[in-house]
Ligand binder design. Structure first.
Ligand SMILES: Nc1ncnc2c1ncn2[C@@H]1O[C@H](COP(=O)(O)OP(=O)(O)O)[C@@H](O)[C@H]1O
Ligand SMILES: [Mg+2]
Length: 421
């Protein structure tokens, strides 16, 4: 049976039990040795003390058995507080009451209570100690008369010990909690690091594999192309070979996109006019079959940014490709527009691709930048993951707004070039 997790109460109980036995053994053993050569009368006077020690040892055996069961920790803690105060009272009663050299046992009981049960333990032990001490010195209970200032001083000292023990115990508890929280943080972080390490390893293997697929794929496509050109090939075979070539082309696209994603080159930045770069990209896109028949509009303000032009072209291309697809499957496939804009802001430059396409559901928005997240048949789900990676590498951010059935807007912010401000 696992002991309940409660500020390590079980562990503390075990330690304090050991501590109590050791202390009683040392105190009383010491007393026995010192009184070895004393008269028989003096030794007889010590019998009650030894009886008390025997009681403590017996109680300890009971406590140890209950601790082993592990189910009575909280009541045991209170029982120990009572036991400590009782032992202190017994020893004090036998060794001169308010004159006893063992008065410090009350303070120990209070500190033990604080260690075990924090504020409540120290408070309970403090109250019990004051009450027991006053009881031991009460005239009504057969004690000789005592100076009341002395009684008050001792009582106040026990109370002060209780306050101090409470303070220290609570300090200790909150420090322990903070430490536990920090340990949790650290172990989460370590798990995170291990996970991303594994992913990185996996990524390297996959990238190597993808790279190796390319060459045989190219040979296969080339061979099929040659075969298809042969006059001996019939119409049916020609069609089948066409399918092979088309699928090989798709596989090659996938590998290309995957490598762009998995083997990102560090951006090679240079000051570049975004308006020129984007309008060139748009011109190429206009002539791509993907954009055939679509309305493409642009508002490009000259703005120079410190970027890798190839990588930014890729960002723009991926966003335009998605926008084109969204318009085709959207509510206005015939006349939905795609708008490409760019401009400068106080803190850098921005590029925006807006479409009047299908828009996105909450689920789509959530998975958007995850690699391999796609809702398209034949999609790779790598376009936006690559966009995100490139924008990140440039120290920029990307924002998405989308309304289902109305369209989407992707806005990329790039930080101002170093030294441009
Ligand atoms: N402009 C857009 N309009 C609507 N949905 C979009 C848009 N851009 C991206 N998406 C959604 O995000 C998904 C991931 O896009 P992407 O990473 O480019 O991969 P892919 O285009 O291969 O599916 C798409 O499948 C689509 O569901
Ligand atoms: Mg895409």
């Amino acid at each position: 049976v696992a002991p309940p997790a409660d500020d390590g109460l079980h562990r503390k109980l075990v330690w304090l039990t050991f501590f109590r036995v050791a202390m009683v053994a040392v105190l009383l053993g010491g007393t026995a040795i010192v009184s070895w050569r004393e008269s028989a009368d003096v030794q007889r006077g010590l019998y009650p003390l030894f009886a008390l020690a025997a009681t403590v040892f017996a109680a300890t055996i009971v406590i140890a058995v209950l601790l082993r069961l592990g189910r009575f920790d909280a009541p045991l803690a209170y029982a120990q507080v009572v036991l400590d105060v009782s032992v202190a009272t017994g020893v004090v009663a036998m060794t001169g009451r308010s004159e006893s050299v063992f008065l410090f046992l009350y303070s120990l009981a209070v500190v033990n209570g604080g260690i075990l049960l924090f504020r409540r333990g120290a408070g309970a032990a403090g109250l019990l100690s004051v009450a027991a001490y006053l009881g031991v010195n009460a005239r009504a209970l057969g004690a000789p008369p005592v100076d009341s200032v002395r009684l008050f001083t001792h009582g106040a000292a026990f109370a002060a010990t209780a306050v101090l023990a409470t303070y220290l115990a609570e300090q200790l508890r909150s420090a322990g909690q903070r430490l536990a929280e920090r340990e949790l943080d650290v172990s989460n972080l370590e798990a995170e690091v291990r996970r991303s390490q594994r992913l990185a390893d996996l990524g390297r293997v996959a990238a190597g594999l993808a790279h190796e697929i390319r060459n045989p794929l190219a040979s296969m496509s080339g061979s099929i192309e040659l075969l298809r050109a042969s006059p001996a090939v019939g119409e049916d075979e020609r069609r089948l070979m066409g399918i092979v070539l088309r699928e090989a082309g798709r596989l090659n696209d996938l590998v290309t996109q995957f490598l762009a994603f998995a083997r990102p080159a560090a951006p090679v930045r240079r000051p570049t006019d975004l308006a020129t770069l984007l309008s060139e990209t748009l011109t190429v896109f206009r002539n791509d079959p993907k954009a055939a028949g679509l309305r493409l509009e642009s508002e490009l303000a000259t703005v120079v940014a410190d970027i890798d032009p190839d990588q930014l072209r890729q960002v723009c291309w991926n966003l335009l490709t998605n926008a084109a697809h969204a318009v085709r499957i959207g509510p206005h496939p015939a006349d939905g527009a795609i708008r490409l804009r760019c401009g400068g802001a106080a803190d850098g430059a921005w590029v925006e691709v807006q479409d009047e396409g299908a828009g996105m559901t909450a689920g789509q928005l959530e998975g958007l930048f995850l690699p391999f997240f796609t809702t398209k048949p034949g999609g790779t789900g790598l376009g936006l993951a690559t966009v995100h990676r490139i924008v990140d590498a440039h120290g920029g951010t990307i924002r998405v707004e989308s309304a289902l059935g109305a369209g989407s807007r992707f806005t990329v912010h790039l930080p101002a070039a170093k030294g441009s401000r």
